[in-house]
Design a protein. Structure first.
Length: 262
């Protein structure tokens, strides 16, 4: 079983460290969210990704409390629906009420509101952070141009951009563009976007005695990308955080990188 202390963190600011592996909770409603989060916390996860739009914040919060872990031991992300731009304060208040906590660790703009960067919404997120209701703030599904618009308007870069990242979408230039701006990349749908039966993945998995899904997740980590795989299945929840007993060689990483061009 993975010990919580084994999961490395990435530094978002002097005070905020984000575990590199978290549990995704999209399409986990009600009891399924509660059970998955409770089990994930038992097997070593210390990072949970939810959103107002997932309608499971109350179950995530209840699972956190019932786990008996101190609040500060678990990194919790939730997200502002783009349609709630203009109602940022009410939205974070509702998320905190549902989660049953005084703060979240990361609050993201879920999608660019109306397709635009919306610096005014970003200013509101920064104010919410400064008020102590979110330890860090960021965005999701933003382009580099939109990140630059936010940085240009406020002088402050989002701590994180949560974007789709799988072996099919691997883009070293995009990764570098984020890092050059001090924005951590959090990859969503890491497994959904990967063909797990691919020969390269199955060969590398066999060489390490792990599954192709574990190879894909480990490959993200070795690129410095935070991953938030979702599973409702206990065996897969446990496997998806059991990534620290092996490492990929440079050559294996390059073979998987090359899959993005196929
Ligand atoms: N910001 C955004 O716009 C955005 C968009 C999409 C997702 N997200 C976040 O990212 C999280 C992850 O993305 P995702 O849910 O789209 O996809 P994902 O985590 O890449 O894949 C989930 C799918 O893979 C299966 N799976 C999980 N572990 C597996 C394993 N070890 N082997 C084989 N199959 C496995 C799951 O089925 P089982 O449940 O049956 O295991 C589920 O069908 C979401 O839950 C959400 O928190 C954010």
């Amino acid at each position: 079983m993975t010990q919580a202390s084994e999961v490395p963190t990435t530094t978002l600011s002097a005070e905020v460290a984000m575990p590199m592996v978290g549990l995704g909770t999209w399409q986990l409603p009600g009891r399924r969210a509660y059970d998955a989060v409770r089990f994930a916390l038992e097997v070593g996860y210390r990072h949970i990704d939810t959103a107002t739009m997932y309608r499971n914040e109350a179950e995530v919060g209840r699972a956190l409390r019932d786990s008996g872990l101190p609040r500060q031991a678990v990194f919790v992300t939730t997200k502002l629906p783009p349609g709630n731009a203009g109602r940022e304060r009410q939205t974070i208040a509702a998320s905190l009420r549902a989660l049953g906590t005084d703060y979240v660790d990361l609050w993201l703009v879920h999608w660019p509101p109306g397709g635009g960067a919306r610096p005014q919404t970003w200013r509101e997120l920064l104010a919410v952070r400064d008020q102590g209701l979110a330890r860090a703030v960021g965005v999701s599904n933003y382009s580099i141009r939109q990140l630059d618009e936010l940085i240009g308007a406020t002088g402050q870069a989002p701590a994180v951009n949560q974007i789709p990242w799988s072996r099919r979408q691997h883009d070293p230039r995009l990764l570098e563009d984020h890092h050059a701006r001090g924005v951590a990349v959090e990859g969503y749908s890491p497994l959904r976007g990967s063909r797990l039966g691919d020969r390269v993945l199955t060969e590398v998995a066999a060489a390490h005695g792990v599954t192709p899904a574990q190879v894909v997740l480990r490959w993200h980590l070795q690129h410095g990308i935070v991953v938030i795989p979702k599973s409702a299945n206990r065996e897969r929840i446990a496997a998806n955080v059991d990534l620290f007993g092996f490492s990929l060689s440079d050559e294996e990483v390059e073979r998987i990188d090359a899959l993005s061009t196929r």
